[in-house]
Design a binder for this molecule. Structure first.
Ligand SMILES: NC(=O)c1ccc[n+]([C@@H]2O[C@H](COP(=O)([O-])OP(=O)(O)OC[C@H]3O[C@@H](n4cnc5c(N)ncnc54)[C@H](O)[C@@H]3O)[C@@H](O)[C@H]2O)c1
Length: 317
C-alpha cells in the first residue's frame, strides 16, 4: 500500500489518480492537512510534522511505500521560513525515520531546482554540482536530499529522488512556487486576454508538463535499485523558456493576448536558479523521457483551461 503525503497539492491531486490507475484503485492512501478538492476516496488527514500520526497511519493501513510530497514551496517559504523549516525538514526527517523503523520498501521524495543557487552553473547543470541555495525552501530541500542519501547509505532504506523543474498543469492551480506564472498565465490568457507577470520577461527557467512529471516519478519508483546511482536527486527537465517566449506561444493561439511585466520578490528567487538542467543521468540510468514539448504543452493547456472555464475556442482566435 502506497501512502502519498501532501496529496491535495498541485502534484498530489494528479499523482493519486495516476497511481490508482497504474497500481489498482485500492493501492493508495492519500493524505494532507488540507481536504482534497472533489470527491477523493481513501483520504486521511495527516500532518507530517506529527511523528506519532505517521507511525499510526503506516501501521493501520499496512503502508509499504511513501511518495512524500508534503512541503512548503519557494515563494510561500520566503513568507514563512519557520513553517518551511518545520514542514520540509522536520516533516521529511519524520517520514524517513518512520520508514526506517517500519522497514518500508521505498520512499520517493521529489526535490527541486530550488536546491541550486547563484554559484551553480547557469546552463545545462549536471546532477552533481554546487548546491548553495539562498531560500529556506532550497536550504531545506538540499538537507532533505542529503538525508535521503544518508538513510540509503546508513540504513539501506531505498530512498529515491528527482529534481523537478517548474511543473505546468491545469487541474490544481499552484499557489506557493516561483514558477507558478507558467500556469497562471494560461488562466488569464483564456479569461481576459491580459496578464501581469511577476518575473522579468527574459527570466529563463527549466520546466515540464504534468503528464511527463508523473511518469518520471513512477519510472524512478519502478527502476531496478541497482540502476540508481544517485540517491540525493536526478535532474529532469523537458524544456526551458522565458516568460516572453511562453507569451509568444500563447499569443500565436489567442488573438489579442497582452502581457506586462512587474517583477516582484519571486524574480529575485528565480534569478538564483539555473536556466536549464541536464537530465542525462536520469536518461541513462532509468530511462527518463518526455512526450510534451512546449508547443504540445501550450495546445493541451489551452484546450483544458478553456473547457474548465467554459470559454469556447472560437472566442480565443
Ligand atoms: N509544483 C512544482 O512546480 C514543483 C517543482 C519542484 C519540486 N516540487 C516538489 O513536489 C512536491 C509537491 O509539490 P506541489 O507542487 O504539489 O506543492 P503544493 O504546495 O501544491 O502542495 C503541497 C501540499 O503539502 C501540504 N502540506 C503542507 N504542510 C503539510 C503538513 N505539515 N503535513 C501534510 N501536508 C502538508 C499542503 O496542504 C499542500 O497540499 C514538493 O515536495 C515540492 O518541493 C514541486
Amino acid at each position: 500500500m502506497i501512502l502519498v503525503t501532501g496529496s491535495s497539492g498541485q502534484i498530489g491531486t494528479e499523482l493519486v489518480p495516476y497511481l490508482r490507475e497504474k497500481y489498482g484503485k485500492d493501492s493508495v492512501i492519500s493524505s494532507d492537512i488540507m481536504e482534497p478538492t472533489g470527491t477523493q476516496t481513501g483520504y486521511i488527514r495527516l500532518d507530517v510534522t506529527d511523528r506519532d500520526s505517521l507511525d499510526r497511519a503506516i501501521e493501520k493501513y499496512g503502508i509499504t511505500d511513501i511518495f512524500h510530497l508534503a512541503g512548503i514551496l519557494s515563494a510561500k517559504g520566503e513568507k514563512d521560513p519557520d513553517l518551511a523549516y518545520r514542514v520540509n525538514l522536520n516533516g521529511t526527517y519524520n517520514v524517513l525515520e518512520a520508514a526506517r523503523r517500519h522497514s518500508l520498501d521505498k520512499v520517493i521524495i521529489p526535490s527541486t531546482i530550488g536546491v541550486f543557487g547563484p554559484e551553480t552553473p547557469k546552463r545545462n547543470v549536471p546532477s552533481i554540482t554546487v548546491l548553495r541555495p539562498r531560500t529556506m525552501y532550497g536550504v531545506t530541500k538540499v538537507a532533505a536530499e542529503l538525508l535521503g542519501q544518508y538513510y540509503y547509505e546508513k540504513f539501506r532504506l531505498d530512498v529515491r529522488s528527482l529534481r523537478y523543474p517548474g511543473i505546468i498543469s491545469y487541474m490544481a492551480e499552484p499557489t506557493a512556487g516561483t514558477t507558478d506564472y507558467a500556469v497562471e498565465i494560461f488562466y488569464y490568457a483564456v479569461r481576459m486576454k491580459k496578464y501581469t507577470c511577476y518575473l522579468q520577461k527574459n527570466r529563463r527557467l527549466p520546466m515540464m508538463y504534468m503528464p511527463d512529471a508523473l511518469r518520471a516519478l513512477t519510472d524512478l519508483y519502478e527502476a531496478d535499485s541497482n540502476k540508481i546511482s544517485l540517491r540525493n536527486g536526478y535532474n529532469v527537465q523537458a524544456y526551458s523558456f522565458t516568460p516572453e517566449e511562453l507569451y509568444g506561444k500563447i499569443a500565436e493561439r489567442i488573438n489579442g493576448f497582452q502581457i506586462e511585466y512587474k517583477p516582484d520578490y519571486r524574480d529575485g528567487i528565480a534569478a538564483t536558479w539555473p536556466e536549464s538542467i541536464d537530465s542525462s543521468d536520469a536518461i541513462k540510468e532509468w530511462g527518463f523521457r518526455y512526450d510534451y514539448d512546449l508547443d504540445r504543452t501550450v495546445d493541451d493547456m489551452i484546450d483544458h483551461i478553456s473547457e474548465k472555464l467554459g470559454v469556447s475556442r472560437k472566442h480565443l482566435v
